[in-house]
Design a protein. Structure first.
Length: 298
């Protein structure tokens, strides 16, 4: 006789939850990364948490530029750069410009396990020495030399802000370029520029005008397909769009053969009525010749 069968489910463990996630823990001894719950459970963008977890898992010296991160993730430059800026604002990531022994200036990227941690407490005493004390005390993690974190149209913002220490008098700018830049707010009210921003952008607009473009064409180029919201000052986007000067219009090719003007028939006075008319030979006008023919026929 066969054993009795039952369709009832097996009894769950007494300590297991009845809903939600149930973790199946495995003790890892290699190839793992420890991150804080504050970072892993951070509210907001999942891209930001994923980028932070990926950077935490990288060894020191690994590139963490936007290009390098885009090669790993499916997201584009805008989402990756936004995630990096959020991590920087939250205190997990810091960029510092440092001078090398050879005098060159480079940007180092520091990633911290816990924002606000003490940089003097290094959990790995046998590891690399801690970096110089940052402006805001944090715990040191990954270090890499990276360029600025900004997508395509925002890369020009750094150059505009870097030059802010050197004022440029607006009076020296081309009045035509100043008129084009100050009139942009009529097309898009968000394109409000300060006097210094107009003075810095005016030389690029002057080059566009010298290349043969009309002010209306430059305005259309600067205001076309603008984003719904600006992540930076509008001067940075305008500087990016003006960074390449268009080729000037070439002069029309002249014909090798000289142009021949048609011969002009000279003016003459009629021998019969003294009226002026054009004729190659002197004589009578058309009316006098017609009257002479009528008399001969009569």
């Amino acid at each position: 006789m066969a054993d009795p069968q039952s369709n009832a489910r097996l009894r769950a463990d007494a300590g297991a939850p009845t809903s939600g996630v149930i973790h199946v823990r495995t003790r890892l001894t290699a190839d793992f990364t420890v991150i804080s719950n504050a970072l892993a459970q951070r509210r907001g963008s999942a891209v930001t948490v994923g980028v932070a977890a990926y950077i935490s898992s990288l060894p020191d010296g690994s590139p963490v530029t936007i290009t390098a991160l885009c090669r790993h993730f499916d997201e584009g430059e805008i989402l990756i750069s936004r995630a990096l800026r959020e991590l920087e604002a939250a205190g997990y990531l810091e960029r510092r410009r440092e001078r090398t022994p050879t005098g060159q200036v480079r940007t180092r990227t520091y990633f911290y396990d816990v924002p606000g941690g003490d940089p003097d407490l290094d959990p790995d005493p046998d590891g690399p020495p801690a970096p110089p004390k940052p402006r805001r005390p944090r715990k040191q993690a990954a270090v890499a030399v990276t360029p600025e974190f900004a997508p395509a149209e925002e890369t020009a913002v750094g150059s505009v802000q870097a030059e802010a220490a050197t004022p440029i008098p607006l009076a020296d700018a081309d009045p035509r370029a100043v008129a084009v830049l100050t009139a942009l707010r009529r097309v898009d009210p968000r394109l409000i520029l300060s006097a210094q921003e107009v003075a810095r952008l005016a030389p690029a607009v002057t080059r566009w005008l010298a290349a043969g473009l009309l002010p209306t064409q430059i305005t259309d180029h600067l205001t076309a397909r603008l984003p719904d919201s600006f992540l930076t000052r509008p001067a940075g986007i305008l500087a990016y769009r003006l960074k390449e000067t268009p080729l000037p219009l070439s002069a029309p090719a002249r014909s090798a053969a000289p142009s021949v003007r048609p011969a002009v028939v000279p003016m003459r006075n009629c021998d019969g009525c003294d009226r002026g008319f054009r004729s190659a030979e002197p004589g009578r006008c058309g009316d006098c010749r017609a009257r002479g023919q009528l008399r001969a026929a009569g």
